[in-house]
Design a protein around this ligand. Sequence first.
Ligand code: T4K
Length: 416
Amino acid sequence: MTVETEPQLAIFGSSPAFAEPLHVGRPNVGDRAAIMARIEGILDRNWLTNDGPLVREFEDAVARLHGVRHCVAMCNGTIALEIAIRALGLTGEVIVPAFTFVATAHALQWQEITPVFCDVDPATHNIDVGRIEELITPRTSGILAVHLWGRPCNVERLEDIARLRNLGLLFDAAHAFGASHNGVMIGNFGDAEVLSFHATKVLNSFEGGAVLTNNDDLASRMKLMRNFGFVGVDSVGYVGTNGKMTEVCAAMGLASLESFDMFLAANQVNYDAYASTLAGLTGIELVRYDGADRRSRHYVVVEVGDDCPLTRDELWKVLVSENVLARRYFFPGVHRMEPYRSFFPHARLLVPQTARLAERVLTLPTGASVGVDDIGVVAGILRRAIAASDQVHRCLAEVGIEADVSYSGTVAQASR
Ligand code: T4K
């Protein structure tokens, strides 16, 4: 008779592999001295916000990097989306992928524009361009596509559809800072493209966002809209909001830009480490960033296939017990979040690939604060769990371990 020994995993009572949580989205922080020096300059000038010199410098640098005429910086990516949508005059219905971060849809719904959910292509995770035309109605005013994980959409086909059907075309490029498509930098496609500089992004400005566009009129409208619609000192020309980026955020953004190559290099090293340590692991497939185009590799995403002896959620619970706070981005799909779930209770039937992906993908920690040794440990956990899949499966089923995670706090718990 063989005696089953329990593998060394926290779900079986071992100490977690990491004493401190290993996060997805730990901020990339560049040269502290460079950040602090700029903050000193802000205080010396006593100019804190409202189109300040650092915001302008940051806008110029981002526009130059992307080879685009205008970069309009904003306080975050969500407001940047909202302003771009409004400045472009989108109304009625706008087609969006269901597999994205909720902000993509909220930016529409916030201004009472209906997001119409389109399924995604299982190979690219981006909007399925073959499914768009069937969703166009007389109320459709635009398409808001997402370059998910920083891999650009099929922009040529989207531009064709938008032109032929006379629709606005926006890209949510929150993941695609510094990316290119067939040698052309992001920012040059559609009517405009929206970046996020949130703390968790490859290039952060604490909070921040921007719209990139080559359309002069659109850029000047967005500049007015982000500043309450003021066209003169006492005169307002539009419904506006407060979407301004502060000087301190621009200081962080500029310092991050100076370290951007280092962040890219760290992500490349980490990605390669995942690729080699996960190679050959049954049912685990790494989302690839092939080709000569620029990619930040800021999202290390695995798909857990049907041939994996454990489900995505089982692996997720195993990782969380080890203090590896992997994320199920973007579970359960925006169409299953409120208010969309109530508005479109049958949407799930229309987006089967989104539903499938939302059950299969897991985002793993990377970024400048994650080292290859950490990655070796993460891969080792996955390998041990898969090798002992029967025991893991039984343990999770019998003991009912729940991944009870406070992602914004410091302690991850998988409690029995
Ligand atoms: N469109 C798309 C496709 C997007 O992905 C996003 C944002 C947007 C639009 C909107 O852009 P913004 O308005 O955010 O500029 C995070 C981010 O908050 C969000 O920016 C991002 N996408 C999304 C994919 O992820 P959460 O709720 O999953 O995680 P959060 O912010 O709590 O942080 C994740 C982890 O990072 C935490 O476990 C801890 C760590 N962390 C986070 C922060 C903020 C740190 O270690 N330090 C920090 O300062 O949304």
